[in-house]
Ligand binder design. Structure first.
Ligand SMILES: [Zn+2]
Length: 249
């Protein structure tokens, strides 16, 4: 075997090792391994062919704009890294979305939606935590209270108990799944499931209804591009207080 051939083989091995090292490094970065920053998972709800509710604006116009503003705030803050549960405009299965947050090591998940009603006077802001028997219920409630402190001064009414409500899925007598919404925990419904995005990601989590997309006043406050930025700043400041970090803006 000539020396030239041997050199070429060593070269190939070196290239393969470099590719392997680069791939391992990229995978570790993606999973957050060795990254000390706090991981914030942001979910814009619905997506792709599902625009969510439609009113004065489409629900996903509100949720994606808010997530975009919020991810920019966190990306400018060295204490945090952002996990987007789905990309802008992307349609992604609910389970894939919370799994992405969980497997990439989310420390907190915020899922943004907009409410809707046939009654144009229906208005207000809501937050859905995991159910009271869930491991992260109390921490999620603490975050909800900090968000309420930031959102309330903006002028939108807080529904439920200081903005907090509970969602239960229960099968009716025909076996059809029914969603039951309540202003306070319902003991008879303990053991039921709630929204997958807050039940399964393995960290404190809230699903937020950022006003009614069918309400002129709600959308004037939190539905315009400026309103979405204002809401994002409110979530950002609440999350910074939750983790005890100094806001970068
Ligand atoms: Zn929605």
């Amino acid at each position: 075997m000539s020396m030239a051939k041997r050199r070429i083989r060593w070269g190939r091995i070196l290239v393969l090792l470099l590719i392997l090292a680069g791939g391992t490094y990229a995978a570790c970065r993606w999973l957050g391994i060795g990254d000390n920053r706090i991981a914030i998972a942001l979910d814009a709800g619905h997506g792709g062919n599902d625009p969510g509710a439609t009113g004065i604006i489409a629900e996903t116009a509100l949720s994606e704009e808010t997530v975009r503003c919020l991810s920019e705030l966190f990306e400018a803050d060295e204490n945090y890294r952002v996990i987007l549960c789905r990309d802008y405009g992307e349609s992604k299965d609910l389970n894939e979305r919370w799994q992405k947050a969980k497997y990439r090591g989310a420390d907190l998940l915020l899922c943004i939606h907009g409410n809707s009603s046939e009654d144009p006077t229906a208005s207000g802001f809501e937050m859905y935590p995991p159910l009271p028997d869930g491991e992260f219920h109390d921490q999620s409630l603490r975050l909800a209270s900090l968000i309420a402190d930031e959102i309330s001064p903006l002028g939108i009414p807080l529904r439920g108990n200081n903005g907090v409500r509970y969602a239960y899925y229960q099968n009716d007598e025909t076996g059809t799944e029914q969603k039951i919404l309540a202003d306070a925990p319902v003991e008879e419904l303990s053991g039921c499931h709630t929204f997958a995005m807050v039940e399964y990601p393995g960290c404190p989590a809230l699903l937020v209804e950022q006003g009614f997309v069918t309400s002129e006043s709600d959308m004037a406050l939190l539905g315009t591009p400026e309103g979405c930025q204002t809401a994002a700043e409110a979530y950002y400041h609440a999350i910074c207080s939750y983790f005890g970090t100094e806001p970068a803006v």
